[in-house]
Design a protein around this ligand. Structure first.
Ligand SMILES: [Zn+2]
Ligand SMILES: [Zn+2]
Length: 325
């Protein structure tokens, strides 16, 4: 029985660890060998001796890691020996360079998803379905009320909101994460022929990383110093951390929006602090979590990130054993 053999992934104080490969995945504390699923701050941290990540994510890692690091970029799908395992990285569809980690050892295959989504995203390679014996899935939005509308529908809502605010003589300030979401929005806006967009200075480096990687986005202008009249009618993207900053206040009265999967349900995080929520997420929604877990063919699933009880019960009803990790 495959499940009686030693696990290929265990949860430790430093994060997910693969004993036969002697490596960690997205470790929380410094380790010798870190396989990184993607560049978000809760996955890519400073201080590891060696980093292994998917090649399209190299520019992000270089921008986010301070100083010199031993970073090995590998191609999607290429197989590498690590300890006594064979590992390969496969697109997760989450942000540029995001990867699932496939680990093969002793006749077993485990796949660690990292963060992933199934919606199309012009800024990164689409999620690659993989078969596995054991699947370690994220479960950030693991409740049936999380269902995403098509992204292009949401971007059209944003354009309509921007136009309406402009007619009222207001700037539109849209808060979104500086890595992934901002670039996805800028790419979707480009596809709809949008005019240029203003961006908070903290976003410019990562936007340039995406441009260098060949991602087509609408033209952007950084806003170094706010101004009450100059930006009237403009669309300004800013990171959520800028919401209560003196920078944001410097624009005077503006219409505010927030782009996030959390905007899907009333009373969710951030909702009371903005005028308008837009449901756009870089994670899988409920339906896509269920579909993906089933597609892997895995008989056992471990879930990370968030309260997964509803998903555990749902999968159990379909004959798939699932556990929190
Ligand atoms: Zn992420
Ligand atoms: Zn995450």
């Amino acid at each position: 029985m495959v499940f009686d053999s030693d696990p290929l992934i265990v949860a430790t104080r430093r994060g997910l660890y693969c004993p036969p490969g002697d490596f960690y995945i997205d470790p929380w504390r410094p380790v010798q060998t870190a396989v990184i699923t993607h560049g978000h701050g809760d996955h890519l941290r400073q201080g590891n001796a060696r980093y292994i990540l998917a090649r399209p994510g190299l520019g992000i890692a270089r921008a986010r890691l301070r100083g010199n690091h031993d970073v090995h970029a590998v191609d999607y799908g290429a197989r590498h020996a690590l300890g006594s395992t064979t590992i390969s990285l496969h697109p997760a569809g989450h942000i540029l360079g995001s990867a699932q980690v496939r680990i093969e050892h002793g006749g077993q295959v485990w796949v660690v998803s990292g963060d992933y989504k199934r919606q199309p995203d012009p800024t990164c390679a689409p999620f690659e379905p993989l078969e596995s014996d054991v699947f370690v899935s994220e479960a950030t939005f693991a409740l049936p009320q999380y269902r995403w509308p098509p992204a292009q529908e949401v971007v059209r809502q944003i354009l309509d909101w921007w136009r309406a605010n402009r007619e009222r003589g207001l700037a539109s300030m849209l808060f979104c994460y500086a890595l992934g979401k901002a670039q996805r929005l800028l790419a979707e806006l480009a596809a709809l022929g949008s005019e240029p967009v203003h961006v908070h200075g903290a976003m410019t480096t990562l936007i340039e990383v995406y441009r260098t990687a060949g991602v087509e986005m609408v033209a952007t202008t950084p806003v170094p110093r706010p101004n009450r009249t100059e930006y009237r009618g403009a669309l300004i993207l800013a990171p959520p951390s800028a919401r209560r900053s003196s920078w944001a206040r410097g624009f005077g009265t503006v219409a505010t929006g927030f782009c996030s999967g959390w905007m899907c349900v009333p009373g969710g995080p951030h909702q009371s602090s903005v005028d308008r929520g837009f449901v756009l997420s870089d994670h899988a929604d409920w339906g896509d979590l269920v579909t993906t877990c089933e597609q892997t063919g895995a008989r056992r699933i471990f879930l990370t990130h968030g309260d997964a009880q509803a998903l555990i019960e749902h999968l159990g009803g379909r004959g798939i054993e699932a556990f929190p990790l």
